[in-house]
Design a protein around this ligand. Structure first.
Ligand SMILES: Cc1cc2nc3c(=O)[nH]c(=O)nc-3n(C[C@H](O)[C@H](O)[C@H](O)COP(=O)(O)OP(=O)(O)OC[C@H]3O[C@@H](n4cnc5c(N)ncnc54)[C@H](O)[C@@H]3O)c2cc1C
Length: 377
């Protein structure tokens, strides 16, 4: 167990000087290059089998419930190693996170509040959900998130409200102690005032394509948890289903890896990390500004509602940041911040490409130019 270590890249035949192409079935993973965040040195860790469990990519967006580590590292590493990534266009937005600019990750206002009787209202005080779905505030996550997004866009507002004020105060505090406390800390008494809420990026259904034993398309490499794409969520994840990818697939992966470990040898001649010719980046502002821009591009053009024009614009904008960041990466000594930025750009690029390839609206992917779902033949 190595704490304060950050995986930078997977080691494959590429590091033995061989040409590795995507979709080939003979790519093998021999371990990873890992950055020690204390000593700032990159070390080589060799393995018979490797398992990625690096979580999601919510940090692609300005508003997210995900922790700061959710920068899509595993997905980006596998993409760079020429493995197969799929279904990234299916990004789930939680409809109601607390609107509190600057707080990251955003605080989740549980859907149980709507289940308990909470009603969504726009800033004009109008109940709007029934315009979008007969189930009103109890409609599924994707429908509610899209409706809120639309209300915010048509009125030019930054948030809508969740109204709990018609419910009994004592019961509210008993059922939702954390939420009532959190709101109170911001001066909002949920029994008397409406809660300002906004959708937030919450879960990425796609990721590294795996089989039923969590094996990726790169040999000796497994992926479990949110980083993987098992297909179990289809195009629209149900709440609480992440346990399947995290626990069931982890169990299967480990059993499979143990069974097959004796078939593999440690790779012998893997070179160490080469950082010759690099220096510490002097201008941290280049990284922080690019990160801010990536989040803005993804939130504005590749969020809950997309269109061909928005996706095209996102591609063009991201391309510039990609080129700048790659140049900086090649010149810089590896750091956590630049690696995470680079990974987010890689994953953002893939989300856009996969969204562009899907000429329909399905599940969590909604494109104004193709508002309908194409039925499978
Ligand atoms: C607020 C919130 C509420 C949720 N509620 C529910 C719920 O009620 N039910 C449910 O089923 N799901 C829920 N989810 C989703 C669920 O929590 C996640 O999908 C799940 O925790 C993902 O687990 P994981 O092990 O794949 O990744 P994580 O738990 O994110 O762990 C990833 C780990 O990898 C490490 N890591 C990342 N990159 C690197 C790197 N490059 N090098 C080294 N280490 C790295 C991270 O530091 C972290 O320790 C919720 C998510 C959020 C954010």
């Amino acid at each position: 167990m190595l704490e304060r270590h950050f995986a930078v890249d997977l080691i494959t035949q590429h590091h033995l000087g061989k040409i590795v192409k995507r979709h080939l079935t003979d790519i093998e993973c021999y371990g990873a290059y890992v950055l020690n965040l204390e000593s700032k040195q990159v070390i080589k860790i060799l393995s018979k089998t490797t398992l990625l469990a690096s979580g999601g990519a919510g940090q692609l967006y300005s508003t997210t419930t995900n922790p700061p580590i959710a920068t899509g590292d595993g997905i980006a590493m596998v993409y760079r190693a020429k493995g197969i990534i799929e279904n990234l266009e299916f990004v789930q937005f939680h409809p109601t996170s607390l609107f509190n600019p600057g707080e990251t990750p955003s605080f989740l206002i549980s859907e149980a509040m709507r289940g308990y009787g909470g009603i969504l209202k726009n800033q004009l005080g109008e109940k709007f959900m029934n315009k979008y779905d007969e189930r009103g505030s109890l409609a599924p996550r994707d429908i509610v998130a899209r409706a809120i997004d639309n209300e915010m866009k048509i009125h030019g507002h930054d948030f809508v409200y969740l109204d709990m004020t018609h419910l009994e105060e004592k019961a509210l505090k008993e059922h939702f102690p954390n939420i009532t406390e959190k709101c109170k800390s911001l001066g909002i008494d949920v029994a008397k005032e409406m809660i300002p809420v906004v959708p937030a990026a919450h879960y990425i259904c796609g990721g590294i394509k795996v089989d039923m034993n969590a094996q990726t398309w790169i040999k000796r490499l497994y992926a479990v948890g949110e980083v993987s794409s098992t297909g179990l969520h289809g195009a629209n994840r149900l709440a609480s289903n992440s346990l399947i990818e995290a626990i069931v697939f982890a169990d299967r992966a480990v059993k499979h890896a143990v069974e097959h470990a004796s078939e593999y040898q440690f790779a012998a001649t893997i070179p160490g990390w080469d950082d010759s010719g690099t220096t510490h980046p002097e201008e941290m502002v280049l990284i922080t500004q690019n990160l801010k821009e990536v989040k803005q591009i993804m939130s504005n053009y590749v969020g809950i509602v997309r269109s061909d024009l928005r996706l095209e614009r996102a591609t063009a904008r991201l391309e510039i940041i990609y080129r700048e960041t790659e140049t900086l990466y090649r010149k810089s000594r590896v750091s956590l911040r630049i690696c995470q930025l680079r990974n987010l750009i890689n994953v953002g690029y893939l989300v856009i490409k996969m969204a562009q390839a899907r000429k329909e609206s399905r599940g969590l992917h909604y494109n104004l130019d193709y508002p309908r779902r194409i039925e499978n033949k």
